[in-house]
Design a protein around this ligand. Sequence first.
Ligand code: SF4
Ligand code: SF4
Length: 90
Amino acid sequence: MKRYDVVTTISYPKTGAMGKTGSWRVFKPIFDKAKCVKCLRCWIFCPEASIRREKDGTISIDYEYCKGCGICANECKVEAITMEREGGKK
Ligand code: SF4
Ligand code: SF4
């Protein structure tokens, strides 16, 4: 079997011309560690690179740059991430 090297780029959020993009957010992803099965789908799909992998295999969310798009919650198949309105109810 032929083997191929896999090359990937990992980006990290940083302050751009528009500042910290977390201030744009209307909905906020809430992570429930007890439900997380460590599949990392949210980490792969987050367009802002605002999800971090933690040493225990779960994740954390960088609220300074998360825009609240909800993609992570949509991709999480065990509903370990839910979206809540900022400062209030779902
Ligand atoms: S998609 Fe859900 S289960 Fe998978 S790592 Fe993210 S929060 Fe955990
Ligand atoms: S809501 Fe969007 S920007 Fe925020 S962590 Fe989830 S996928 Fe990333």
